[in-house]
Design a protein around this ligand. Structure first.
Ligand code: GTP
Ligand code: SPV
Ligand code: MN
Length: 610
């Protein structure tokens, strides 16, 4: 073990901008283990950021884009392009507490492994200390973290994604606050004189969580949710465990504000699995005259009960980490305008010859020549995509032209409706409203979707993804579902209505039955009006559906037959679906709440399916 002596750790911590013993002990212990050449505290100052950018440019990690304001391009190692669920671990004391869906390792055993791989892992590099707060420091329950990392790319991205720097550290000190310890290393130490590569990483990866200690150790990857630890690791896996203990919800949801022509407002939250439309819906431009949509969040919502019994949601993040392919002026003009405002970091998109970025779906016409995400020449004749399917834009939320002023409310906005939805070619109707909270939790627990490129593995296979949280629940999924049921039993709760949507149903010829994107505003209008008690609905076995003529289709070129197909509940599809739900609950095992088992029985009866 190449552990440097305490004397040199003290040298490394010289000039630390805090005297907080808990902070210093944490940073010193990581420095002692990983033996970086130097330690740099992230303040968030412009000079510091410029210096970091210069360093990352010199290393070839990022390229400044001539055609954009203050924006950078990075290409990752081709083996480090998405979240690695197979290498993601929940290390609770008891295996049962990690549940049947998470990879589990006993904390002591995992710590032994981590001690080995992290020993000297930052040699030859700088260790950056990033104090951050998820949500706002002036919230009633502020939630802090400190990420130490040896990746300048992570520092630049965290600066966009989380409120970070001196203000967060000062708040931690002033409040003597707890913070989640987040340790990240790309796992690529440098020997003296060794030439670095543009995207250092390690073929061996560990994305590990200690929910009881509230700490995160991530090794070997530099990308996205594996490395920007405020995001999925903290705000979902660790926060879901905290939320269970404290009686609130940490969810994979967008937050949207809707205003009708009369000026009435509703806030809604929606959970769709990765790469299934959250960012798009969060930035929707309604096609119905007089309706307005504003953005609060596109990926994560934390919801706590307010004194009035309503669930109040905040977006703990400060930026967008959006799927690039498919984002264009025709699908998501709001995101395109946010990107135009500058301050972006793009990863694994394609580069134009004049110093701009491009990806599939950005423009109808493909550029004649590009450098693809792997650094190869690309032309429209190439048979591989120019941008990786999980390539991303990382952009400040403040850039979003439709950002709602309430996005800075320390304690959030009251939620009237929750939407669950996945990517299903068949079976699931365009929209239904569930009967009540437990029925809604049941529908959420059976949420299913065809897999996408946001995680490693095969794309297009139907898998169950409860509440779109399958890869992000920091404890036993059965206990998580019980927590949702319990939330519904909270004294004095004024609960949101729960809906289930599917934008992705296909016709026999495999075309989408519903136009989607901005036209989803028609479904949102129905949802809004259901919460106001003004929209007509008919009862179906799955819940309430829009009555004939209930969906506003004014000005939309779509046949009533096609809408009926999008809304259809087909008994033969549901026979198969129920069998698959039974299997799913068997897989989840003994922790599945009795309330949800009862819901399966009731649904079976309503459908008249054996
Ligand atoms: P994560 O950031 O991975 O959590 O993804 P997300 O849920 O925010 O997904 P996003 O909005 O980025 O959409 C992913 C893909 O779905 C993009 O390629 C979109 O073009 C596509 N998409 C989004 N909304 C719709 C829709 O209403 N209909 C159809 N057909 N495709 C959509
Ligand atoms: C997702 O996969 O749901 C994302 C991207 O939002 S990542 O940050 O990589 O988790
Ligand atoms: Mn996501």
């Amino acid at each position: 073990m190449t552990v440097i002596d305490t004397g040199s750790v003290e040298d490394l911590l010289q000039g630390a901008p805090t005297t907080n013993a808990r902070v210093l002990d944490f940073v010193a212990s990581v420095a002692k283990l990983t033996t970086p050449d130097s330690v740099e505290w992230i303040t968030g100052s412009a000079e510091q950021r410029e210096a970091l950018i210069a360093k990352a440019e010199a290393a070839g990690t990022i390229v400044r884009l001539a055609k954009q304001k203050d924006s950078y391009y990075a290409a990752s190692d081709p083996d480090d392009v998405a979240r690695v669920e197979s290498r993601t671990f929940i290390c609770s004391e008891k295996e049962e507490d990690a549940g049947p869906l998470n990879n589990w390792k006993a904390p002591a055993e995992m710590k032994e492994t981590l001690n080995e791989v992290f020993t000297g892992s930052m040699r030859g590099r700088t260790m950056y200390v990033i104090p951050f707060v998820m949500g706002r420091a002036d919230a009633t329950h502020p939630m802090f973290g400190i990420e130490v990392t040896d990746s300048p790319y992570v520092v630049l991205s965290m600066d966009i994604m989380a409120r970070s720097g001196s203000e967060a550290l000062e708040a931690i000190d002033r409040l003597d606050a707890d913070f989640v310890e987040c340790v990240h290393s790309v796992g690529a130490p440098l020997e003296p004189g060794q030439q670095d590569v543009p995207w250092p990483c390690n073929p061996t990866k560990y994305i590990t969580h200690f929910p009881e200690e509230r700490s995160i150790w991530s090794y070997g990857s530099g990308y996205g949710g594996n490395a920007l630890l405020g995001k999925k690791c903290y705000s979902l896996r660790i926060a879901s465990a905290i939320a269970r203990d404290e009686g609130w919800l940490a969810e994979h949801m967008l937050i949207l504000k809707l205003t009708n022509p009369a000026g009435e407002v509703r806030y809604i939250a929606a959970a769709f699995p990765s790469a299934c439309g959250k960012t798009n819906l969060a930035m929707i431009e309604p096609t119905i005259p007089g309706w307005k949509a504003e953005t609060l969040g596109d990926d994560i919502a934390w919801m706590r009960f307010g004194e009035d019994g309503q669930l109040y949601a905040i977006n703990p993040e400060f930026g967008l980490f959006g799927v690039a392919p498919g984002t264009g002026y025709d699908t998501n003009p709001t995101a395109m305008r946010a990107i135009e405002a500058g301050g972006n970091v793009f990863t694994n998109v394609a580069l134009t010859d004049d110093g701009d970025v491009w990806w599939e779906g950005m423009t109808k016409e493909k550029p004649a020549h590009l450098t693809d995400w792997r650094g190869n020449d690309w032309t429209p004749e190439s048979d591989t995509p120019a941008a990786h399917p999980n390539s991303r834009f990382c952009t400040p939320l403040a850039n979003v032209p439709t950002i709602a002023p309430e996005w800075q409310n320390p304690d959030g906005v009251p939620i009237s409706a929750i939407l669950f939805g996945g990517r299903r070619k068949t079976t699931m109707p365009l929209v239904t409203e569930t009967h009540d909270w437990n029925h809604g939790v049941f529908m959420g627990s059976t949420l299913s979707s065809e897999t996408t490129a946001a995680a490693e593995g095969q794309v297009g296979v139907v898998r169950r993804d409860p509440m779109a949280m399958r890869p992000f629940i920091g404890y036993n999924v059965g206990d998580y579902l019980q927590h949702w049921i319990n939330i519904g039993k909270t004294e004095g709760a004024k609960l949101p209505k729960i809906f289930y949507v599917n934008w992705f149903r296909r016709d026999e010829d495999n075309s989408f039955l519903w136009p989607g994107f901005s036209e989803n505003s028609r479904v949102l209008k129905w949802v809004f009006e259901r919460t106001a008690g003004t929209a007509e609905a008919v009862e179906t076995p799955l819940g309430y559906a829009p009555a004939e003529g209930g969906l506003d289709l004014d000005g939309l070129d779509i046949s009533q037959e096609q809408v009926s197909k999008a809304l259809a509940i087909k008994p033969e599809e549901w026979a198969a679906e129920l069998a698959s739900i039974d299997e799913w609950y068997d897989e989840l095992g003994s922790h599945v709440p009795a309330e949800l088992r009862a819901e399966v029985g009731e649904l079976r009866e309503r459908l008249g399916v054996k």
